[in-house]
Each structure stands twice: as C-alpha cells, then as structure tokens.
Design a protein around this ligand. Structure first.
Ligand code: ATP
Ligand code: MN
Length: 460
C-alpha cells in the first residue's frame, strides 16, 4: 500500500479509505476500553494524526502499549471519521509496525515545552518538535516563493563561487581557505597560489552576469567571521542577491518592496497552520504584522532625513545619532517601530561609510558626499536588506578603490565590466534568516537555521 503524508491524510474528505502512514510517535494513551491512542507526526504538517490501535492486534501487548515518544512506526489501516474531539479523521489501525524503538528514559525530547536554549544543544532532534518543524516548513515555503518571484519576472538564477579571492564588503570579516600547514603564510605555495576566502557576498560575480543576462539572482550560503554574538548575526547564513542591469536605486527599492510583500503573502497563503502556531506560541503580532506589511506602502526617506528625525527624538541613545555615522540597530528599530510603524527604506548614505562599489551621487556639497545605497528596515529586526546602485564609471570606481586601500589591479575583471559596455545597474542582498525571523517571530537567529554557526559554536 502506498504511504501517504499525514498532511494529506488529515485533509482527505473522510470517505473511508485504506492508508499507510509512517512517522514518529508523539504520545501514547492506553484506554481502559482495550485499545490505545497513538498520536503520530511525520513532519509533513504541524498536526499529528490519531491512530486507534485495538488490543486484538497481534503485537498489542508486546509492542504497542510499550511504545514510547520518539519511536518510529508504520501504520496501516482505515481512515475514518473521528469520534473523538480535536480531529476530523483518525486511523483505525490494522497493523502497527514498530520500526525503531526509542528509550523514553534517555530521549532528550520529552512531551513538554523545552526552552530554545536547551533545544540548541539538540539541534539534530529539535526538528521533531512543533516549533522547529514549523520553522523548517515556513523556511522552505519562503525559498520556494523567492525562486517563484524571480523566475516569473525573467531573472536568471546564477551560482556564484563559494571560494573567492575578493572581499566584497571590504570589511575584512573573512574566513580564510587554505591547505597550508598552520603558521605557513606563503600563499604562493597554497592550493590556489594566492589567498582565498569563503565568500561574504556573491554580488561582484552577479554583476558580471547581470551585465550580460540583464536580470540575475544568486541564492546561497554566505560567510562572515564577525565576532558579534547578537540574535541577528550568524557566521554562515543564506543570502538572496538580485542584480539588474539598466536599473537605478529607485528601481532597486521598488523591487525590494515588491519582493518582500510577495514572500509575506506566500507564507500567509500557504503556511496557515504553522503561522497560527507562531501566533499562538511565539509572538501574538506576527500574522497581523505580515498582513499589514503585505498591503502597506513602505516609507522612503534619505539617510539625512533619518538622522534629523533621530536627532529630534526624545530618548536616550546608546549611540547618539550623527550625520556620518552608521545607523545602529537602535536607530533602525526606532524609525520602523516608533516613527513610522511600518517598513522603511533609507537611501543615500554617507559615501565614507559605504563600500567602494556603491555609486557616488551626482552634484553634492563637499563633505556631505553620499552614495546611492539603501537599507530596508523592518520592525523587530532592523536591517533586513542592504543594497545599492553600483558605480558604473570606471575612473570614479578606480578612485574609490584606491581610497579604500584596495589595489584596482586585484579587481581587473570587475573593472572590465566598466571598460566594455558599462551600464547603470543595481541590486541588493536579503538575509534569509532575518526574513524567517521576521515572518515567524522567532527572537534568535540561531533558531531559524537548522545548524547555526556562531562564534565558538560549530557542533554537528
Ligand atoms: P548588519 O549591519 O546588520 O551586520 P550588514 O550591513 O553587514 O548588516 P549587508 O552586508 O548589507 O549587511 O548584507 C545584506 C543582508 O544580509 C543584511 O541586510 C542582512 O539581512 C544579512 N546579513 C548580513 N550579515 C549577516 C549575518 N552575519 N548573519 C545573518 N544575516 C546577515
Ligand atoms: Mn554586518
């Protein structure tokens, strides 16, 4: 008999049917009436299915009444309308085959609420809990929506390298890739004959493809050795990076807004059950916030206007806002949570605090040069997207590199894109995990990626 997913069994119109399901036991309740109720979950949806096992089953005494939470079983039987409360259908078991027993005394996942901190120490078993199953399913739907969004708009999915010799952000937060013995720094002898690192962004390579295919996107793992132990930073995270030729900052911001709304709508449409779970147990505002954001117009304002607003705010800052300084998370959250109460796109940041590849704005007062950069800020998270129009003028780009202490010769191929048929182009990077956090309400980024990588933590 074909195995069906519990998700499909549960939504079956309950015409009696023979089914087989397979999964992990959540609970077993032995009834005095001579049968047992097993709740079985297979991860296909949040809900478990109820299995009714009669004492006439041959392995009833030997196995079924001893089943512990965590055991794996295959159940064959009839899908019938449930007589109990809480579920529409249940399975009247004709066979309960135990596949893998589970030692209830030692199984770390007990049928109770565990703290997220504890579950981080059980990252291999936490997907069997309601919360982490729901996170995994929502994350999956978001990835599907991301590809749908770009594919339906003519973007080409490009795979940029994981190992690279460039440092896109110029921030020096690189993981070195080497086959040299520790202590030997003669890179000429190294595997690639030069220093290489794990990529901090696929942008530079994506630009090459955008300047040939028009609209492209990358979606892959990204690595930053930032020693910041925050609830919003990982050493390994997933980033989505669209890049568009013949596009300016306004077009970039328009795409970012349309893109986020598309993802949020997709999750609301397709992950009802999981989102109701997050609403009930994690954050009572998530569904309303997502629905509101999906319908609202994002606020757009310049960095200069943002600093003015922050300067007038009556409150104590850890970092007093000042023109020329980075916007800190406290500033970002104030703008999106207090001032506007919706997503905010801040544009045109001081050039001095932005990487070399961001386009210098035309005609600016001396000392107040800005770059065509943008950050998208959302409540609870702060920055979720960072993007810019790229510098397409060869001389300006080369100057900016030199000023940043970068040797233009090392980026000869990147400069070639400006030598041969240069075009205005723009793009952005969306952090997948921060987006999953925003959607689910999960407070810590370590709980929205299966096996988080953070400073001094790379178990599994
Ligand atoms: P932040 O200032 O918050 O560290 P950033 O300015 O370094 O972010 P960008 O270089 O613009 O970020 O990267 C684009 C997006 O990638 C960010 O908006 C964010 O969503 C995500 N991101 C950046 N660094 C991390 C990280 N360490 N862990 C998870 N996501 C990240
Ligand atoms: Mn950062």
């Amino acid at each position: 008999m074909n195995r069906v997913l519990i998700k499909d069994a549960l939504t079956n119109t309950p015409a009696p049917a023979q089914v087989a399901v397979a999964g992990w036991v959540r609970t077993v309740r032995i009834s005095k009436g001579g049968f047992s109720f097993i709740t079985l979950n297979d991860g296909s949806c949040l809900a478990s299915i109820q299995v009714v096992a009669d004492k006439k089953l041959p392995n009833y005494e030997a196995e079924i009444v001893r089943l512990a939470a965590g055991s794996s079983v295959v159940v064959r039987g009839e899908l019938v309308q449930s007589r109990g409360k809480g579920q529409a259908v249940e399975i009247q078991a004709a066979e309960v085959r135990v596949i893998g027993a589970c030692d209830a005394e030692r199984y770390p996942i007990q049928p109770k609420r565990h703290s997220f901190e504890f579950l981080r120490t059980q990252a291999h078993l936490r997907p069997r809990t309601n919360t982490f199953g729901a996170v995994a399913r929502v994350r999956n739907e978001m990835c599907r929506a991301i590809h749908e969004f770009f594919q339906s708009r003519g973007f080409v999915y490009v795979h940029t390298p994981i190992i690279t010799a460039s440092d896109c952000e110029g921030a020096g937060q690189l993981f070195r890739v080497t086959t040299l013995e520790p202590g030997k720094a003669d890179f000429a002898q190294d595997f690639f004959g030069r220093p290489t690192n794990l990529t901090v962004s696929g942008q530079l390579e994506a630009e090459a493809y955008a300047c040939a295919l028009g609209k492209v996107y990358t979606f892959g793992p990204t690595f930053r050795a930032e020693d910041s132990n925050t609830p919003r930073h990982l050493a390994e995270f997933w980033m989505v990076e669209p890049e568009m030729a013949f596009c300016d900052l306004k077009g970039d911001a328009d795409l970012a807004e349309e893109f986020l709304k598309f993802i949020f709508k997709a999750v609301l449409d397709r992950c009802r059950e999981d989102m109701e779970f997050f609403h009930k147990w994690v954050d009572k505002t998530v569904i309303d916030t997502l629905a509101a954001v999906a319908e609202s117009d994002f606020v757009r304002l310049s960095y200069t206007e943002a600093v003015e607003i922050l300067g007038k705010a009556e409150r104590q800052w850890e970092f007093p806002p000042a023109w020329g300084s980075e916007l800190q998370t406290e500033h970002e959250r104030f703008l999106t949570e207090q001032t506007f109460r919706k997503p905010v796109i801040v544009t045109d940041f001081p050039a001095a605090i932005k990487p070399f590849y961001m386009r210098l704005n035309d005609e600016q007062p001396a000392g107040r040069e800005t770059a065509a950069a943008m950050d998208v800020l959302v409540p609870r998270i702060g920055e979720i997207i960072g993007g810019s129009q790229r510098e397409e003028r060869l001389e300006v780009l080369a100057e900016r590199m030199t000023a940043a202490g970068i040797n233009p010769d090392d980026y000869w191929w990147y400069l070639d894109l400006r030598r041969y048929g240069s075009v205005p182009h723009a793009g952005f990077g969306l952090g997948l995990e921060r987006t999953v956090q925003f959607v689910t309400g999960m407070a810590n980024i370590r709980d929205v990626i299966p096996f988080p990588r953070t400073p001094r933590s790379a178990e599994y």
